[in-house]
Design a protein around this ligand. Structure first.
Ligand SMILES: CC(C)(COP(=O)(O)OP(=O)(O)OC[C@H]1O[C@@H](n2cnc3c(N)ncnc32)[C@H](O)[C@@H]1OP(=O)(O)O)[C@@H](O)C(=O)NCCC(=O)NCCS
Length: 181
C-alpha cells in the first residue's frame, strides 16, 4: 500500500518519510549493501543476499499493490538514509499479521528516523485492521529492543543459539510482537 508523505525536523535534521517508489530502487540497493556492512544486527554480511535494482523494483511494486505490505523510506535532501518494510503473506491462515523490518544508515542514528519509520508503520497497521505485527531482533540490540517495547511490542520468546557472529560466538534472537485485540 501507499501512505501520504510526512515531514520531520529532529535534532536539526529535516527528513521525509514516504512510500518507496520505483525510482528509489538504485539508491535502496546501494543503501542496503552499505548498512549490511555497518552492523551485525542484521542477517547478512555485506554482499550476501544482494538485492539488485530490478530486485528492488519488484519488491517496491509488490509492496505498493498488496494490501498488507508497506515499504517506507526516510529521505533527506536527495538521499535515502533508512527504510522499513511490513510484509504480509497471501496465506489465509496468516492473513491477519505482518512482519516488520527496519534499518537506518549509521551516521543518521539518533535523529528519530527509526522511531518515526516505526510509528508510521504502526499507524498504518492500526488503521488497516491488521491484528499482529511481528519482528525478530538480535539479543544484543538493546537500543532497538527498548524502542520496540516503548512502541508497544512485547517479547514473545527466544530462539537460542540462532546466529553465529564474527567473534565466533552464538547469539539468540528475540521474537517480539505487537497485538491489536
Ligand atoms: C535500530 C535502528 C533502526 C534505530 O534507528 P534510529 O534512527 O537510530 O532510532 P531513533 O533515533 O528513532 O532512536 C530510537 C531510540 O533510541 C534512543 N537513542 C538514540 N540514540 C541513542 C544512543 N546513541 N544510545 C542509546 N539510545 C539512543 C533514542 O532516544 C530513541 O528513544 P526514544 O524513543 O525514547 O526517543 C538503527 O539503529 C539501525 O538501523 N540499526 C542497525 C539495523 C538494526 O539494528 N535494525 C533492527 C533490526 S531488528
Amino acid at each position: 500500500m501507499i501512505i501520504e508523505n510526512q515531514e520531520f525536523l529532529v535534532n536539526g535534521l529535516t527528513y521525509t518519510i514516504r512510500s518507496a517508489v520505483k525510482s528509489d530502487a538504485k539508491k535502496l540497493s546501494e543503501l542496503r549493501l552499505q548498512i549490511d556492512g555497518q552492523t551485525e544486527n542484521l542477517d547478512r554480511e555485506p554482499g550476501e543476499g544482494f538485492l539488485d535494482v530490478p530486485g528492488f523494483e519488484s519488491v517496491i511494486h509488490t509492496d505498493s499493490v498488496r494490501p498488507r505490505n508497506l515499504f517506507l523510506v526516510a529521505v533527506t535532501g536527495n538521499r535515502i538514509v533508512g527504510f522499513s518494510r511490513c510484509e504480509g503473506t497471501y496465506l489465509k491462515r496468516f492473513s491477519y499479521k505482518v512482519e516488520f523490518g527496519i534499518c537506518v544508515l549509521k551516521e543518521f542514528w539518533g535523529c528519530g528516523i527509526g522511531k518515526n519509520l516505526m510509528k508510521q508503520s504502526i499507524a498504518w497497521v492500526d488503521s488497516n485492521g491488521i491484528k499482529k505485527m511481528t519482528l525478530n531482533v538480535l539479543e544484543t540490540n538493546t537500543r532497538a529492543i527498548a524502542m520496540y517495547k516503548r512502541l508497544g511490542f512485547e517479547i514473545e520468546g527466544t530462539l537460542r543459539k540462532d546466529k553465529i557472529l564474527s567473534d565466533g560466538k552464538y547469539y539468540s534472537t528475540i521474537v517480539m510482537g505487537r497485538f491489536n485485540d
